[in-house]
Design a protein around this ligand. Sequence first.
Ligand SMILES: [Zn+2]
Length: 615
Amino acid sequence: MAKRFYVTTPIYYVSDVPHLGHAYTTIVADALARYHRLRGDDTRFLTGTDDHGQKIARLAEAASVSPRAFADKFADAYRAAWRALEISNDDFIRTTDPDHEATVQDLWRRMAEKGDIYLGDYEGWYCVPCEQFYTEKELEKGHCPVHKKPVEKVKEQSYYFRLSKYQEPLLAYYAAHPELIQPEVRRNEVMAFVRGGLQDISISRTTFQWGVPVPEAKGHVVYVWLDALTNYYSATRRPALAGFWDDDVEIVHLIGKEISRFHAVYWPAFLMSAGLRLPTTVFCHGWWTVDGEKMSKTLGNVVDPLVLSQDLGVDAFRYFILREVPLGADGDFSHEALLTRYNAELANDLGNLLNRTLGMVHKYGIVPKSNIDPFDLENRVSRYSKHMEELQPSRALEELWTLVRKGNAFIDEKAPWKPDAPRPQILGDVLELCRVLSHLLEPFLPERAVEMRRQLGLDEPAHFPSWQSRTFAPTVATPLFPRIDDDRKKELLAKWTPKREAPPASDEDQITFEQFQKLDLRVGQVLSAEPVPKAKKLLQLTIDIGTAKRQVVAGIAETYRPEELVGKKVIFLANLKPATIRGVRSEGMILAAGDEQVVALSGLDRDAAPGTKVR
Ligand SMILES: [Zn+2]
């Protein structure tokens, strides 16, 4: 039975180029959309960019461009990446699109009419990288629990949304709709959070203007998350997705688990307030590490999906990330494993099946026709469908590979090359299997599936296979996935995972980030400097560190004269255990370059106030 299906990715923040995480969500969504189109479902697929927010305003300012120009550049990068990765989205929404802005204001008015918005004074903590408010309780030693960095104190007039009013309605809805939040582990987390008590949330800001203006409230812009979440709905008021917020539509929001609260608590509450339906499912997927380590720019191990796709083919990259990890779990992106799966599963299993089948069909000159099903196709295909309906593409692929391996085993067992073998029937059956696979693989390998059908002589777009066997005229076989030999493998690994600069260090030599954070480094300004009696290497300094003045003894008298130092700003370690040196108490340390002999004092390449944290 055909249905209406609508799948979304989060709209991506325009502060970063597309990396593995973005590509993963988008490829999974694409596979789901393609699967539903294959089934004949009326399907829509949406992605886009989140252009607004304080972080973008600041980054644009630092880059001396307008926020709009700044956002445009990244939106273009996303569009190009999705084209390269065979992403079949029906629309690309940006929060700066005028029709989206109008819908945000419309939603705001509906929530206000419901009596759910009121004006108050906000005083609290905000993490700009998160674009999120935090309560005192949620902070970890005054730092953002996600970024582990200091948050900003915000004190301004703000509109509030009565989230507290929706605590019970949400819990009732979760209980009645277990499919809303998936997987189970995230559902439990979210429910525990809501049961713990919901507080009203601030939904407007006045200290910057890069956002959607709050209707009838000069100076206020809509909180970036309310703005962003609305994209899923506002897109359905545009031509490409018109009507896809209707009650009969299956709506799936695919997200990373770090934003489950916004999608599973705030968004449903906003929708309830506005009198709109809720999504069918918010599915939270896991995180990727890269070769066993957290992916980070600092480590230099950020996976560029476009590079991998160019080197190995877009379908090989898509296959790996869809197959490697069950949706919802965390996974490791291992470059070795990518190449291993490529050779074993794509080149050997699938590529070989098609290649040898077509080769034999040509050699034996047989026109295949078959009426039996030695592969239990019908059963396998219904399991494949079930996995896709349950948002488990990795399981669906496992099902398909069971079929691929059965096909190869069937050829080995029936040995059509033997003179007395019933060749027409054997090859007919395997060819039929290849035909079905060329359709069912379409969601995962959109480019190679077309090539399979071309080689099979099937001049048709992918659709859910009918069980009537049909005649077709196979053409010449060329390898679907050329094998990667050891030399090429080494070459690719060297390119993808360049050796890091840092010398190998034993665990004892390394400190953790937490240990480093214990150092209280700050900007210090030298207020006075004088020699220490009977110590020709030492100077006694008074340092202003913002909150206090400190006296220290420094071994710099052979490099600097006291009068050169007054007024200088240096990096100062404020929490060094005090010591008495030549009878003078020293409380802290100024940082300087040089081993035995100091060569230069640490400094700042721009001015900063005494006491400014150094990290
Ligand atoms: Zn943060």
